[in-house]
Write a protein that binds this ligand. Structure first.
Ligand SMILES: CC(C)(COP(=O)(O)OP(=O)(O)OC[C@H]1O[C@@H](n2cnc3c(N)ncnc32)[C@H](O)[C@@H]1OP(=O)(O)O)[C@@H](O)C(=O)NCCC(=O)NCCS
Length: 172
């Protein structure tokens, strides 16, 4: 009997990316990236959404369990610029390339729609800044005191309070 050896590349991927109705995006993931439920609720309307789902662990709906999400919203008429409003991967699944795959899928969608720029607002320090810049985003603006003025509770990252927001742009 011959036993074929499974190489790593022949193993099925543990997750996959799909489009998702924004109304079905899971709150625990959305709130991981943006703690303001009110803001999230506001921008979910009119957004498009992609999800990362576990391939092996199917839910009763027949779809894989949700482990990542990204939400994109058009600016103005949506022809020129869209904004990445929310991006989160479940903590146990982070640093496995899921966030990058979600963003690559979103970028492909923007290019197919003829969009010119994708923007994102993020803290002025921290891992997210590295994450976005690795994918080609560049700093284009600083919104001083954004997190002080727009959130009722202070936001902290590794013991440092987030105050200013950097606006990053990816030219498509
Ligand atoms: C930011 C986030 C979406 C990235 O998703 P991810 O699946 O972990 O990202 P990837 O695995 O594709 O890329 C990871 C890269 O991003 C950076 N990064 C992301 N999280 C990091 C962490 N906790 N520590 C260090 N680097 C990190 C690194 O450059 C890392 O590359 P490396 O693993 O080769 O060092 C995820 O960490 C997350 O959900 N964070 C909490 C919510 C959040 O802050 N969202 C963004 C709001 S602006």
């Amino acid at each position: 009997m011959t036993v074929s050896k499974l190489s790593e590349s022949s193993l099925p991927a543990a997750w996959h990316i799909t489009a998702m109705n924004p109304a079905e995006a899971p709150w625990p993931l959305l709130l991981l990236a943006d703690p303001s439920r009110e803001k999230v609720r506001r921008y979910l309307q009119g957004s498009i959404c992609f999800a990362a789902r576990q391939t092996a662990n199917f839910t009763p709906s027949g779809l894989g369990a949700l482990i990542g999400v990204c939400v994109l919203h058009p600016r103005d008429d949506g022809l020129q610029t869209w904004e990445l409003m929310n991006m989160a991967v479940a903590p146990a699944w982070q640093r496995n390339g899921i966030g990058s795959a979600l963003l690559h899928r979103a970028i492909r969608e923007m290019r197919e729609r003829g969009v010119r720029q994708l923007e994102v607002g993020t803290g002025s320090f921290g891992d997210q800044l590295l994450f976005y810049q690795r994918l080609g985003f560049r700093v284009t603006d600083i919104d001083r005191d954004f997190f002080l003025l727009n959130y009722t509770t202070p936001l902290w990252e590794r013991g440092v309070q987030l105050k200013d927001m950097l606006r990053l742009t990816l030219e498509l």
